[in-house]
Design a binder for this molecule. Structure first.
Ligand SMILES: Nc1ncnc2c1ncn2[C@@H]1O[C@H](COP(=O)(O)OP(=O)(O)OP(=O)(O)O)[C@@H](O)[C@H]1O
Ligand SMILES: [Mg+2]
Length: 261
């Protein structure tokens, strides 16, 4: 459904960050992207969501398609309105001085169908804590509550495709578990999900397919199950094999890196 084809992105005309990324997020599935800091994960989501120009970034080659239609070069409002694709950003932008309820209403700006109340009820059903806090200013809520609000705001646009950038970042384990369950539920109710996560284990557990991004390239892909079993993924992203790594140290690490790059 969503496909990225040989995408190259630069910032400020010179800083090359994506060097020919190709991947697919199949309709109705959860596709997961893992990768180290600076690999280009956020840049990829910005490109798909039509947000690159805000950051002085440009697509210099390749294409992004939803179905057969190219969305390359469209801005985020068009992408939301015409393609029902919403991007939940890493830094959880919410309006601090507005209440939870006002934030949700504001997020429905791209729609004029009057169903805002009904959709807000649906958001409160996913996140009961937001109902309790509906009159609270967003700036006075916790990091986890703000993340739920950010997701709730994206749901107000009635997305068919949802991009998540590290939704579990900085959340307590129980809150993050709940979040992954909700993402899984959204997917089961029909949403296509592209999920960027540092918490590779939790993400691959709920995901169908996964990609490993390194230095602006996809170096490995497979079913989520296969990636969970993959020796390199286990060593580099799932924190397994620490004992083994000690004995072989860098030689082994280097060899594996070479194989990937
Ligand atoms: N606006 C920008 N201008 C210049 N360089 C940028 C800009 N935004 C990101 N970069 C650079 O692009 C590279 C990839 O950044 P990006 O944020 O996409 O990585 P990431 O995989 O999301 O990392 P993280 O896991 O830390 O979130 C980094 O080297 C970063 O410094
Ligand atoms: Mg990032």
């Amino acid at each position: 459904m969503l496909s990225v084809e040989n995408l190259r992105v630069v910032y400020h005309d010179v800083i090359s960050v994506l060097n020919g990324v190709s991947l697919k997020a199949a309709g109705g599935q959860i596709s997961v992207i893992i990768g180290a800091n600076g690999a280009g994960k956020t840049t990829l989501l910005r490109a798909i969501g039509g947000m690159l120009d805000i950051y002085e970034g440009d697509i210099i080659e390749g294409d992004i398609k939803i179905g057969e239609a190219s969305v390359r070069g469209l801005d985020s409002t068009d992408i939301i309105r015409k393609f029902s694709l919403t991007y939940v950003m890493e830094d959880r932008p919410v309006f601090w001085y507005l209440t939870i309820e006002e934030n949700l209403a504001a997020a429905a700006y791209s729609r004029w169908d009057g169903a805002v109340k009904a959709d807000m009820e649906k958001v409160f059903e996913y996140f009961p804590v937001l109902r309790k806090l509906r009159d609270q200013k967003a700036g006075y809520t916790s990091g986890g509550e703000q993340q739920m609000l950010a997701i709730g705001m994206s749901l107000m646009t009635r997305p068919k495709i949802l991009l998540f950038d590290e939704p579990s970042l900085g959340l307590a384990p129980l809150v993050s578990e709940e979040l992954f369950r909700i993402i899984q539920r959204l997917n089961q109710e029909g949403m296509t999900v592209l999920l960027v996560e540092q918490n590779a284990h939790a993400a691959l557990q709920i995901g169908h397919h996964g990609y490993v991004l390194e230095n602006g390239r996809v170096v490995l892909e497979g079913t989520a199950g296969a990636l969970l079993e993959n020796e390199d993924v286990r060593e580099f992203y799932l924190g397994a094999g620490a004992k083994e790594r000690k004995s072989y140290q860098d030689a082994k690490r280097y060899k594996r890196r070479k194989r990937w790059l």
